[in-house]
Write a protein that binds this ligand. Sequence first.
Ligand code: HEM
Length: 442
Amino acid sequence: MAPRSSEVVPQSSLGMKPFKHRNKHPQSGELWLEDKKLLDGAEGLWRVHDKIYDLNAFIRKHPGGPSWLQVTKGTDITEAFESHHISTGPEELLQKFYVRDAKTKRNSPFTFEENGFYRTLKKNVREALKDIPKQPIGTSAFFTDVSCIATFLFAVLAITYENYLLAIIAGCFLAFTSIASHNYIHKKDNFRMYYMNLSLMDYREWRVTHALSHHLYTNTINDLEITAFEPIVPFLPTEKSSKTKILSCLYVPLLMASVFHLCLIFRVRGYIIDKEIRKNIKLEDFILFLLPLTMYVLGGQSLLRTLIFWNIIIVVGSFHFFVVGFTAAHHHPDIFHDGDATRGDKIDWGIGQLDAVVDRVEITGSHWLVLTTFGDHCLHHMFPTLDHGALDYIYPIFRKTMKEFNVNMRFSTELTLMKGMFRQLVRSEPNPNPPDLFKTLD
Ligand code: HEM
């Protein structure tokens, strides 16, 4: 795609240096990591805060799975390290791998001061976790598996009876399954993370674009869930022409319906043009064929009819997934987007998350809805490895800690955030004041 005009290349008000290929499309997790290496001063190893560590010997021993360390080699993993571990064990272990101090400043404005908000919250949550029952974690797994089975069941019924309504229901369950599997991509390697691949998306790519990019640098110029959709969907506040504003509002529903397909197209493109990507093809890359194969074998219809119905399910699933995803928590003119006025040069990472996330009142409190619609989003951002079923139990300590630091998590309604997403798309003017966590979103 041609380079974008200057109207949609916003600078970071947080002082973050932009990635080299920010304007290149399609964006990918691999390219993002390559670009991150150039700015992180990790000297080919791993950087945490202002120290360099050699974790080569630990990659295979990492209890969270080797991929987290494999893909991040050569980068600053401060935010990932801090937010993915709640116990003190990893920090103690890390000292064994110290090599030297880093020579450059971090390309991130976020801090993790010992007595700051995030570290205090983590300490409090660590204590609270001792009293959390295990049963809600099993309930999450049950809901996720039931969604997956329902996707297959309705897909087979849809093709058997050539019924479009059943195909739409299967598409909705595909979206539920993919969103619920997102609970599992953040954890140590486990089989439910593979459910994501039924949607044509790829859990490995998600671990970079979502877990390492979006979660850690939310709504900044280095958040791939912002930059990957530019310039069609320009979420950051920057000069936008009337044409851009109108077109982006018209394109966004089309984009929502086609992202699953686009993910597959870009993946296949990668296989064709890049030998290294081809060499990395794994068995799990074929999971996407399980759904159409089951439909073909059990449905008793022609291959062409099966493919048509499968594609209907994918389009419905994609639309459902991205309507929820785009409107769940991050986009409204009163939610911080890079370019807006900031709290200062250095921002406690947890407070940065409060600035960039808003939860929905209708969702909080329902385990099924939280799991299948990106609910309890603020707490999930703070502690991505905690099961969605456990989050409800840590609200009391979360509220207590926020009170202590005079900060707040914001709640709004589904409708406000839906309208907010479109209002954000057409917002050109950066907010002149830092985020106000006590203001009600209108
Ligand atoms: C990119 C950076 C890293 C990421 C994203 C990451 C991610 C994870 C994940 C997802 C888990 C499983 C948590 C769960 O399911 O409950 C985990 C566990 C663990 N990780 Fe990492 N990790 C990273 C770096 C490190 C480093 C540098 C160390 C230490 C040298 C480390 C030590 C551990 C340990 C000891 C556990 C066991 C659980 C615990 O004590 O919290 N990790 N990690």
